[in-house]
Design a binder for this molecule. Structure first.
Ligand SMILES: [Zn+2]
Length: 252
């Protein structure tokens, strides 16, 4: 089992890393991908990936952080090449949910990350909220560049999912699929092909049922795997095998 998206450099995970890693291994997690959200975050991620062999990292600037952190594709590529355990570009993307974020800066940053992902042939980890049309139109421009797309914590519409499938995208399910009121999202994950699905916690955020009220951590991914297996009408062990294979295929 692989947690394809967590933030080990955020509290309370950072101060409890050895326990968090131990509990991850106890539930059968073989890899943790800890995601950068800013340049400061990347500096922490570079240290964290050295702590345990199961931990890998990414380089990228979260759309919320683009105000203070506008980086060029060259900077992203240079940081990516520094360490073999940095295996993805992101998280990047567009988030127009909060009005305080500057759209032009987000779009500029997203493009720089895409260029870096094409240059390094590494998967691009995308956050998209209230921005389906813009996200798709930007990605579509690069459709002939063999861009490896991973839609993290996918919560989009079926129409968006269909258009992204045409771009060969992968989709990651977070704890949101365990929420009682996410019937529509559960239907979308029933519809998505099994060979395009990954699982993630996005911890310390988005704690799955039945652990609501606690801070999320990678070991809780077990509940998301269980729920997704039910939605796909397969066993949890099959679901874990398939999503692990998908991760390994995407990240090479
Ligand atoms: Zn995230």
């Amino acid at each position: 089992m692989i947690d394809s998206h967590c933030h080990l450099d955020h509290e309370p995970l950072l101060s409890n890393l050895s326990d968090v890693i131990k509990r991850s291994k106890d539930v059968g997690i073989k890899k943790l991908l800890t995601i950068s959200t800013s340049l400061d975050s990347f500096a922490r991620v570079k240290d964290i990936i050295n702590i345990d062999e199961i931990i890998y990292g990414t380089i990228g600037i979260h759309p919320h952080e683009t105000k203070e952190n506008l980086v060029s594709s060259n900077t992203i590529v240079k940081n990516f090449n520094e360490n073999k355990k940095i295996i993805g570009i992101g998280e990047t993307g567009l988030d127009f949910y909060y009005n305080n974020s500057d759209r032009d800066k987000q779009i500029k940053s997203f493009n720089e990350h895409i260029i870096a992902a094409i240059e390094t042939n590494a998967p691009l980890i995308i956050h998209s909220r209230n921005a389906e049309d813009d996200t798709f139109h930007i990605l579509e421009k690069y459709k002939n560049n063999n861009l490896k797309i991973l839609m993290h914590c996918f919560t989009g519409s079926k129409n968006f999912a269909e258009k992204l499938l045409n771009l060969n995208a992968f989709f990651s399910a977070s704890g949101i699929i365990t929420f009682k009121n996410s019937i529509e999202l559960q239907e979308i994950f029933k519809f998505l092909p099994l060979n395009k699905i990954l699982i993630e916690t996005d911890s310390p955020f988005l704690t799955p049922v039945p652990n609501r009220g606690k801070k999320n951590e990678p070991s809780f991914i077990d509940h998301t795997a269980q729920k997704l297996a039910e939605l796909k009408s397969i066993s949890k062990s099959e679901l874990i095998k398939i999503t692990t294979d998908n991760f390994n295929k995407l990240f090479g």
